[in-house]
Ligand binder design. Structure first.
Ligand code: DX5
Ligand code: ZN
Length: 216
């Protein structure tokens, strides 16, 4: 089943615990944590104490998306905090393959992300064979609530075809502007995992579980 990853950036930060618990019992759900450093992207979000509180309370796997210039540092300092998937940006590091190998020692799943202007070709065959997840950004990273960029569809298709020819096993995740208007086409293109912030949390009708299922 398609994994849905609610982006906690859009949740009610004064009520994080009840927000987390309102997804209790939902299958194939990850919590997506957007970590921004004010350098790789202009915005700031949250740091290690909040990440640790969330991973300890979470009834679901935690998926940390690092929009930072120094993912190596965070990979090392967060290694015992219960993060399931650790994704960093290919644009942020000189040697992605070495970092993937290092992170694999401490995280069950390691992902690599490409910004909208970064082609799939930037990811080498070796990288695609080593990672567990490729995150295709369908908005410029830095802010929630932006409009979906349709160029993501072709990137997903290209990744599906490279995965097949390489015999690789990574899942394909899409992040940014995902709603019930594009989810079906994204899954048809080959997306395995959809991140959604505003669509799930910025709603007057507070039934997050229905929102999650409407994306599948
Ligand atoms: C953007 C973040 C996204 C964002 C998604 O930099 O990586 O995860 O929170 O939010 P929506 O779904 O509102 O575009
Ligand atoms: Zn994200």
């Amino acid at each position: 089943m398609t994994i849905i990853a609610p982006s906690l950036l859009a949740c009610d930060f004064l009520n994080i615990e009840p927000e987390l618990l309102s997804f209790d019992g939902v299958k194939d759900l990850w919590f997506h944590l957007d970590i921004m450093d004010g350098h790789f992207v202009p915005n700031l979000t949250f740091g290690h104490p909040i990440i640790e509180l969330i991973t300890k309370k979470s009834p679901h796997k935690c998926d940390a998306h690092f929009m930072v210039t120094n993912p190596e540092f965070h990979g090392e300092t967060l290694k015992n905090m219960g993060i399931h998937n650790f994704t960093f940006h290919v644009e942020a590091v000189a040697d992605s393959l070495s970092l993937i190998k290092e992170l694999k020692k401490n995280y069950p799943s390691v992902g690599i992300s490409i910004k909208p202007n970064t082609p799939v070709g930037k990811l080498s065959d070796e990288v695609l064979k080593a990672v567990d997840l490729v995150l295709v950004m369908s908005v410029e990273p830095g802010f929630g609530g932006q409009s979906f960029m349709p160029a993501a569809y072709d990137k997903i298709k290209e990744l599906v075809s490279r995965r097949k020819s390489l015999g690789a096993h990574f899942q394909i995740q899409v992040d940014g502007g995902v709603t019930d208007k594009n989810a079906k086409e994204l899954v048809a293109a080959g997306a395995d995992n959809l991140v959604a912030g505003s669509y799930i949390f910025k709603t007057t009708k507070v039934n997050y579980k229905n929102k999650v299922e409407s994306l599948r």
